[in-house]
Design a binder for this molecule. Structure first.
Ligand SMILES: Nc1ncnc2c1ncn2[C@@H]1O[C@H](COP(=O)(O)OP(=O)(O)OP(=O)(O)O)[C@@H](O)[C@H]1O
Ligand SMILES: [Mg+2]
Length: 289
């Protein structure tokens, strides 16, 4: 995995001037991602006990793109993300049906190796979830769990990934101090580093900026932009201006009488500038949701 320069050094960062209007076109053209399906969901449905949470989702996610998953609370965004690395298996009473493939891998097949799947598909959550250990140990643990024990190899992987998330200079002198002493934004970048240290193909980000202050949120957002082309990223966000700034594609979900469904999926430009469905128009314009 190459060390990726922070987005701000590669492209102008998101425009956060006071009064910035999210509907004004973003100040740079998003590079094209590969029009190659990486994740494919067909008739994907999720229920908790007997209650349907998500129904019949058909969706293709392109490789190397940033896809924003948007929609009102309770429409199944988190459930959808969690099915992709089978974290749904850990919820008693949760049932996932339909088809879900990452490249050729049949995610839902009982024989799928979950350790391999979760190495391939990293996930981070709204609230940074650092382990109550040192910064170094937070990154060594996943490496050890996936078979790397050599100290030199681990040290170089840790430096590389901390560089990648722009944390190296901030923490290189305190790697053995508690990760919980870091700021919220630093903790979230450490969580991202913990996912990236396993060289995943796919990153699932569930509202990664919503618990952060605006400055930290901007840093994490720039970092996510810098992942474009290197990873397939799905990001749940309630912040439509953020989706508009960073996403190549947008998947819009809605809850119909408590059952989540995919309403529309398309390029960010299509969804924000010429959505096909009335519900999308209402949601994007802030009239519903
Ligand atoms: N562990 C669970 N047990 C039972 N029901 C659940 C569980 N997790 C989610 N649900 C239900 O599934 C539906 C979808 O929830 P989910 O968390 O996926 O929505 P969401 O779109 O991520 O919402 P939010 O924007 O509030 O995070 C909701 O009705 C929720 O109550
Ligand atoms: Mg959620």
């Amino acid at each position: 995995m190459d060390i990726i320069q922070p987005a701000s050094r590669m492209t102008p960062g998101p425009d956060r001037r006071p009064g910035f209007m999210p509907w004004v076109p973003y100040p740079y053209t998003k590079p094209c991602c590969e029009p190659v399906a990486h994740i494919r969901a067909e008739q994907l449905s999720i229920s908790y006990d007997s209650r349907q949470a998500l129904q019949d989702v058909d969706l293709e996610i392109n490789r190397g793109c940033i896809t924003a998953v948007v929609g009102p609370s309770g429409c199944g965004k988190t459930s959808f993300l969690m099915s992709i690395n089978r974290l749904t298996d850990l919820i008693p009473g949760c049932r996932v049906s339909g088809n879900l493939h990452i490249k050729e891998l049949d995610v839902l097949a009982p024989i799928t190796n979950l350790l391999h799947l979760r190495r391939m598909v990293g996930m981070i959550f709204q609230k940074p979830t650092v382990f109550p250990f040192s910064i170094r140990k937070n990154l060594e643990l996943p490496l050890r769990e996936h078979g790397t024990h050599d100290r030199t190899l681990m040290a170089s992987a840790i430096e590389k990934v901390l560089q990648q998330v722009g944390l190296w200079n901030e923490v290189k002198d305190r790697l053995d101090r508690s990760a919980q002493a870091l700021s919220g934004g630093q903790q979230q970048r450490l969580c991202l580093a913990r996912a990236l240290v396993l060289s995943p193909d796919v990153l699932l980000l569930d509202e990664p900026c919503s618990a952060l202050d605006p400055i930290s949120s901007g840093i994490v957002e720039d970092l996510i932009v810098s992942l474009r082309g290197h990873y397939t990223v799905l990001i749940v966000t309630h912040n439509l201006a953020q989706a508009r700034r960073i996403a190549d594609h947008v998947a819009f979900f809605w809850s119909f009488n408590g059952v989540g469904r995919l309403v529309e999926h398309g390029s960010a430009q299509e969804i924000f500038e010429s959505p096909k469905e009335e519900l999308t128009v209402a949601y994007i314009s802030g009239m519903r949701g």
